[in-house]
Design a protein around this ligand. Structure first.
Ligand SMILES: C[C@H](OP(=O)(O)OC[C@@H](O)[C@@H](O)[C@@H](O)Cn1c2nc(=O)[nH]c(=O)c-2cc2ccc(O)cc21)C(=O)N[C@@H](CCC(=O)N[C@@H](CCC(=O)O)C(=O)O)C(=O)O
Length: 144
C-alpha cells in the first residue's frame, strides 16, 4: 500500500532539484551523484505527516536495500532518520521502479555486513564515519 499524503519539498535545493528531476523523468535522469547510483526514499514526516522525499546513495543486495543516514559525517542525524524511526513504512524509488518497504535499523554483525556493502557502493561513507563520533545509522529495507 503506497504512502499517501501531501508532498513537502526539501528546503535543501540540491536534494529537492534532484528529487524533482528523478521523478519527472520517470527515474531516467538525476539518478546518480559523482557517477554512482542514487535512489529516492519517501518517508512520512514525524511531525507534519507530510511525504518527504530524500535522494540517497543506492545500496542494494539480492533485492534488499539499505539506506545510510550519513549526512556527510555531520554530528547529528539527518531529519529523515527520525521520520523512519517514527514510521518504518517507507517507499523507495530505484530508477523507474518504486515499491513499499519496511525499514529496520541494523546493528552488530548485520550492520557490519551492510556497512561493507554501503562503502563498496559509495566509498566516501568510510570517510564520513571517520569524521564523526556519531555512529552513522543504517536501515535495511525489506519489501512489504
Ligand atoms: C534539509 C533536511 O533534510 P534531512 O531530512 O535532514 O536530510 C538531509 C540529507 O540527508 C538529505 O538532503 C539527503 O538527500 C542528502 N544526501 C544523502 N544524505 C544521506 O544522509 N545519505 C546519503 O546517502 C545521501 C546521498 C545523497 C545523494 C544525492 C543527493 O542529492 C543528496 C544525498 C530537511 O528536509 N529538513 C526539513 C524537515 C524535514 C522533515 O522530515 N521534517 C519532519 C519532522 C522531523 C522531526 O523533526 O522529527 C516532518 O515533516 O514532520 C525542514 O527543515 O523543513
Amino acid at each position: 500500500m503506497p504512502i499517501t499524503g501531501e508532498y513537502a519539498p526539501s528546503p535543501n535545493d540540491r536534494a529537492r532539484k534532484q528529487t524533482e528531476l528523478y521523478e519527472s523523468s520517470g527515474g531516467t535522469q538525476g539518478t546518480t551523484m559523482n557517477g554512482m547510483p542514487v535512489v529516492i526514499l519517501w518517508t512520512l514526516g514525524a511531525r507534519s505527516g507530510k511525504i518527504r522525499k530524500t535522494p540517497l546513495m543506492r545500496v542494494e543486495h539480492d533485492g534488499d536495500y539499505a539506506v545510510v543516514a550519513s549526512l556527510g559525517g555531520a554530528p547529528q542525524h539527518p531529519v529523515w532518520y527520525h521520520n523512519v524511526v517514527a514510521d518504518p513504512h517507507v517507499e523507495l524509488q530505484d530508477g523507474p521502479e518504486r515499491h513499499d518497504y519496511t525499514a529496520r535499523e541494523v546493528t552488530g554483525e548485520e550492520k557490519a555486513l551492510w556497512w561493507k556493502r554501503a562503502v563498496e557502493a559509495y566509498p566516501p561513507y568510510a570517510d564520513y564515519q571517520e569524521r564523526t563520533d556519531r555512529e552513522i545509522p543504517v536501515f535495511v529495507l525489506e519489501r512489504r
